[in-house]
Design a protein around this ligand. Structure first.
Ligand SMILES: Nc1ncnc2c1ncn2[C@@H]1O[C@H](COP(=O)(O)OP(=O)(O)OP(=O)(O)O)[C@@H](O)[C@H]1O
Ligand SMILES: [Mg+2]
Length: 952
């Protein structure tokens, strides 16, 4: 074992490799140093096997590994600087082993001079290399000071003898690196030994609508994040942070508009291999330990050189856990409601560690700090910044309201409100932007708190519209972002494939690597996925009591079934029994797991996170389920037809044409897996609308049916009424005739009259009228009787009044000569009634005239009256002004105007020329139409026309 001596350089871990190279060049005669270094997926230390070293300067994430001794390797050759460069590790031409030597010294071989900077290595393209910003490492005075102090420390050689000691030093270094994270520009140096590429993220006009043309969740927004940038995605709750993050991370399965580019090129299927996503919810198996969880995820994301030992790898993971404050609980179970495990905040950090440990080039973290204490949150963000700055990765973090110390750690701020961008630029420039908008941040107020207060809708200070408008119109707002995006999209840089190749090349230097799976969407081979998933599954099975029970039950079952089939190979029916046995065996194995996959179980963490994250293939999930999911981590539950729920495609209900759930789910088909309160609300709203529509249409149907029924009933009633009227008329007629007959019979008996009658005696009949048209008989008689009673005339009547039809508006009443009455006694009584009624002017309901009463005339009287009435009608209609000159005598039918007689019964006097002769019920009559026409000053034809329609 050779001993490597060097002076550690605290705070400048990148120099470790340089030191080793230089030492090697100086001390060793051996060649080919590179293969003796091993690099872990997330920043691994590279040290030659067998070299003893004290490594306080080992950078964060570096692990010193054991490998084949170069002493024993006959192929070992001295490393050639060109060879380093070829593999993407630029090595300085001149060895520098000095206190305070920095990684920048090593890495800035090109960076400072403007040539290809270290981070991009040999794989960098010139265009991307033109970006100097991330490689121009600014020396922080803090770092220089710390390095100076560290250089003063002497490291005993003996301390570097064991791997464990080297790890301790590495961990120490990591913690010290964290201390340097201040948020200042250049607080942490880029580590060219570990950074393997640069991935810039650019997005243009990205927007999302829940339903096309309806609710807009995210308005079109654009942006560009340089490699190594820590981006804060901030905004009030529901502002669209997760939506934007999902779109950028390629996790959004619902349709959205806009494009997302990696290094200026549209994302392709390799994008998930270069990225890592920490979701808002922690979905993990409760019975794995923290360390196992992180190791599992890391192992599935990328291949590890074959020479890396398991325990070394585990140590690397421990570093990650320590950095996020989980070192003490690394062997604790994750836990759940039923399994005691780590706290919620710690679980959040496990999710974060899982994402960060995968060696991705871009991290997306959705609220990684929610549920953490302020101090823990700060530590996590510091660690993220450390990774960004040290390894050149970009990190986009959706975060709610970080405190001031945390906010300054971010380089970039994208502020959203109600789906609109209100700021997209550097965190350091946000204050000025707010001032320009007219809202300078007051002293002693946290800027991020102030920003959020102003853009949160519904608060007292809310200025949402103002800032939305300001972003659209300000030159520092949308205009500058669009310009930047257009500029960046024109630049060419490493493709996703080239980035993967760069990483693969880097790792290949430290051990045998399987061939690069440059076209696969999965980071590791299927065999490895299978091995990892299988091992974890067995472990989970054994840890779970229910799982153990299941195994025991299965064994007992196997014994029982086996016992039942003992000796099936013998006898005549052997073949028959064997076929039955094999059939049962195959069916049991094939079907036992399917029910768990497709029917009643909630999807477990495997499907929720591992499959979409491209860690394992779906087939493995199926195998896992078939092998028996024993964790008991999710209660069996029956699935409901929610939009976007998993497995919509398999739901038979969806094949029903126009089923409500089909419509609802078809709308969300693309968004499988995203069941949110809003989608539930939308579904409920749609179903409520459908119920209301159904209710409305059924109400209309019922109303229609009721109207039909009413119409039919009224027709029937009319028919019945008509019949009744008919019968009534008949009855009245019969009654009248009966009365008449009785009257005549009594007269005949008394020897006063003849048997041939002519109806009621008109001379002893009163006529009543004054009701509105169509008044029904019973109403009419009721009103007449009331009036008679009201006028105290009841006793004057000999009989009840009657009508001759149901709707005749005339009532009649017969009178008789009473005992003791004289010859005219009856007429006098009738006249009294007539006068009393006509002077009382009793008004009937709805009638124009009051109740009237008159004597009924005989036909002769009516005939004569009709003749006189014709003259009167003609005068009143044709020449009302002559009304005053007209004299009428109805009883004789004679009329005059001044000296001229105009009508009379019988034959007209001789002096009347060409009289109009008419036939009345009282006999012949005449009218002097010419004289009448002369008085009325009309043509005689007008008189004739009136006469033609007159009834005599
Ligand atoms: N698939 C979806 N279906 C229904 N609503 C959705 C969907 N995706 C997003 N939304 C709605 O869009 C809005 C923004 O959601 P998003 O999760 O992006 O907000 P957020 O800013 O991340 O909120 P929080 O800070 O609370 O996590 C919310 O009102 C949410 O209900
Ligand atoms: Mg969210």
């Amino acid at each position: 074992m050779n001993s490597l001596k060097f002076q550690p350089t605290l705070g400048e871990p990148c120099s470790l490799l340089q030191l080793l190279c230089d030492e090697r060049r100086a001390c060793c005669s051996k060649k080919k140093l590179l293969p003796k270094f091993l690099l872990f997926p997330v920043g691994c230390a590279a040290l030659p096997r067998g070299r003893s070293s004290s490594c306080p300067g080992v950078p964060a994430g570096l692990a010193v590994l054991e490998g084949p001794s170069m002493d024993t390797d006959p192929e070992d050759t001295d490393p050639d600087p060109e060879e380093y460069s070829r593999f993407g590790w630029p090595v300085p031409r001149e060895s520098r082993v000095s206190r305070g030597a920095t990684g920048h010294d090593l890495g800035s071989a090109g960076g400072g001079s403007g040539s290809a900077p270290c981070i991009y290595g040999a794989a960098s393209k010139p265009e991307r290399a033109e970006r100097p910003a991330k490689c121009d490492v600014i020396q922080s005075p803090k770092i220089m000071e710390a390095a100076q102090k560290a250089g003063d420390r002497a490291v005993p050689e003996s301390a570097a003898c064991t791997v464990g000691a080297r790890y301790s030093s590495a961990v120490e270094s990591l913690c010290k690196d964290l201390e340097f994270v201040t948020g200042e520009s250049g607080d942490v140096q880029l580590d060219p030994t570990l950074a393997y590429g640069a991935a810039a993220l650019t997005f243009k006009d990205v927007s999302f609508e829940l339903l096309p043309g309806r609710e807009r969740i995210l308005s079109p927004c654009s942006g560009h994040f340089e490699p190594g940038t820590l981006v804060a995605l901030m905004g009030p709750s529901g502002s669209g942070k997760t939506t934007l993050l999902d779109i950028l991370a390629g996790k959004k399965t619902s349709p959205y508009t806009g494009q997302v580019h990696l290094n200026g090129l549209p994302r392709n299927e390799l994008f998930p291999r270069l990225t890592s996503y920490v979701p808002q919810d922690d979905v993990m198996f409760p019975t794995v330990t923290v360390k196992e969880q992180v190791m599992f995820h890391t192992a599935l994301k990328t291949e590890v050189p074959s020479t890396v030992r398991r325990e070394d790898w585990a140590k690397t993971i421990e570093l990650q856990l320590r950095a996020v404050g989980l070192e003490e609980v690394q062997n604790s179970l994750i836990g759940s409601d039923v399994v005691r495990g780590i706290s919620g905040g710690q679980r959040r950090r496990v999710s974060l560690a899982c994402g960060l440990a995968t060696g991705a080039q871009i991290f997306f973290c959705d609220e990684p700090t929610s549920g953490l204490s302020a101090t823990d949150a700060e530590q996590c963000v510091r660690y993220m910044r450390l990774l960004c700055k040290k390894y050149g990765v970009s990190t986009v973090v959706a975060i709610h309201q970080p405190r001031q110390e945390v906010a300054v750690l971010f380089d970039h701020l994208l502020l959203l409100t109600s789906g609109d961008v209100v700021y997209n630029g550097k965190m350091t420039e946000a204050r000025r932007y707010w001032s320009d908008a007219g809202f300078p941040v007051p002293d002693l107020v946290s800027p991020t708190d102030y920003f959020l207060d102003l853009v949160t809708p519904g608060t007292l200070d809310s200025q949402v519209d103002l800032f939305r408008e300001f972003y659209q119109t300000s030159p520092k707002g949308k205009a500058s972002v669009d310009e930047l995006v257009d500029r960046e999209l024109c630049k060419a840089a490493l493709t996703a494939e080239e980035l993967l190749e760069a990483r693969h090349r880097r790792l290949s230097q430290f051990g045998d690597m399987p061939p690069l799976r440059s076209h696969s969407i999965y980071g590791v081979r299927f065999q490895k996925q299978l091995q990892k998933v299988f091992c974890r599954q067995v472990r989970l099975l054994l840890r779970d009591q229910q799982g153990v029970t299941e195994i025991l039950v299965a064994m007992v079952q196997a014994l029982v079934v086996g016992a039942a089939y003992i000796g099936i190979g013998k006898g005549e029916d052997a073949g028959y029994h064997q076929v039955g046995f094999y059939f049962m065996l195959v069916m049991t194995c094939a079907l036992s797991g399917i029910k768990d996959v497709v029917s009643t179980r909630e999807p477990g963490p495997g499907l929720d996170s591992e499959v979409p994250a491209r860690w394992v293939e779906f087939g493995l999930y199926y195998l896992r389920e078939c092998s028996g999911d024993s964790e008991g981590m999710s209660e069996p539950s029956f699935r409901v037809g929610l939009p976007g729920a998993l497995g919509d495609e398999d739901d038979e209900d969806l094949h029903e044409k126009d089923s409500p759930s089909k419509k609802a789910r078809a709308t969300h088909k693309q968004g499988s897996g995203e069941v949110t309160m809003d989608s539930l609300r939308q579904l409920l709203w749609e179903q409520a609308q459908m119920l209301l529509d159904a209710q409305k249409s059924s109400t209309a149907q019922v109303q229609h049916a009721l109207q039909d029924l009413e119409k039919r009933q009224s027709q029937r009633l009319d028919a019945v009424e008509a019949k009744l009227q008919h019968h009534d008329t008949k009855t009245v007629g019969i009654e009248e005739r009966l009365l008449d007959l009785q009257d005549r019979l009594s007269k005949v008996e008394q020897g006063q009259g003849s048997a041939a009658g002519r109806g009621p005696d008109r001379r002893a009949t009163l006529v009543f009228g004054g009701w509105k048209n169509q008044t029904r008989k019973n109403v009419l008689l009721h009103q007449l009787n009331s009036a008679i009673t009201g006028l105290n005339l009841k006793d004057e009547f000999d009989s009840e009044p009657f009508t001759t039809g149901l709707r005749r508006s005339i009532a009649l009443c017969n009178f008789k000569k009473r005992e003791g009455e004289g010859e005219d006694g009856c007429r006098t009584r009738m006249l009294g009634i007539l006068q009393a009624i006509n002077t009382a002017k009793v008004s009937m309901d709805g009638a124009d005239k009051p109740l009237w009463c008159s004597f009924s005339r005989s036909p002769e009287e009516r005939g004569r009256a009709a003749l006189a009435a014709l003259v009167k009608k003609s005068v009143m209609r044709l020449c009302p002004g002559r009304g005053g000159d007209l004299e009428v005598e109805f009883s004789s039918g004679m009329t005059w105007i001044r000296e001229d007689q105009l009508s009379g019964m019988g034959t007209a006097p001789r002096e009347v020329r060409n009289p109009m002769e008419v036939l009345t019920k009282a006999g012949k009559g005449w009218i002097d139409e010419h004289t009448l026409a002369k008085w009325c000053e009309v043509d005689v034809a007008a008189i004739r026309e009136i006469a033609s329609e007159h009834r005599f």
